[in-house]
Design a binder for this molecule. Sequence first.
Ligand code: G6P
Ligand code: MG
Length: 216
Amino acid sequence: MAYNGLLFDLDGVIVDTAKYHYIAWKEIAEELGITFTEKDNERLKGVSRIRSFEIILEIGKCSMPETEQKLYCEKKNDLYLSYITKMKENEILPGVREFLEDVREKGYKVGLGSASKNSRIILDRLNLREFFDIIVDGTNIIKAKPDPEVFLKGAKELELSAKECIVFEDSLAGIKAAHACGMMAVGIGIRKLLAEADLVIPGFEGITIEDIEDSL
Ligand code: G6P
Ligand code: MG
């Protein structure tokens, strides 16, 4: 199969922002008297901001009107922004920049497919924006992963068919979203957690696109 497009998730694939999401959500949870652990934080990976807060409320067996939930989400995002706007380029995950440089040189079209509404801020902060032909993120999608909307839109904007695209994802919801539209899915992380992926790699260090295509 000839692959022409690569669609990257952002959080957990390009940069480890999970720790910043965690400390920001933890502060909100503490304010509400909810115990929120790092293990709980795993459940928020790939999940939208509002859904993340709903999960935290579920953990704390709390309920709250929607308008108030939105205020807490805004507060969380202000905290999160205060961390990510201080991020350094050395927080880009190992091998990512080299991999992006290499695939661009080889002529692949490259897109971002993320649930985050902060993706442009993060890419700019890390000086990675130039590598992406298109960005589809939480600001222009309606349905969250595992719905395939984000990747379908990505392929469309790259003017490619789904079959020509490979998705890189660290969350199970993202792998499911890729499969739901017939794309190959490469899991970034641990096989046990990403069993449904077509291939799982620990990260991009020392890996080429040829290695990946050969294994699919
Ligand atoms: C990514 C992360 C999630 C986060 C979501 C929304 O998918 O993995 O943990 O909740 O983006 O991010 P945002 O930056 O819009 O709050
Ligand atoms: Mg992710």
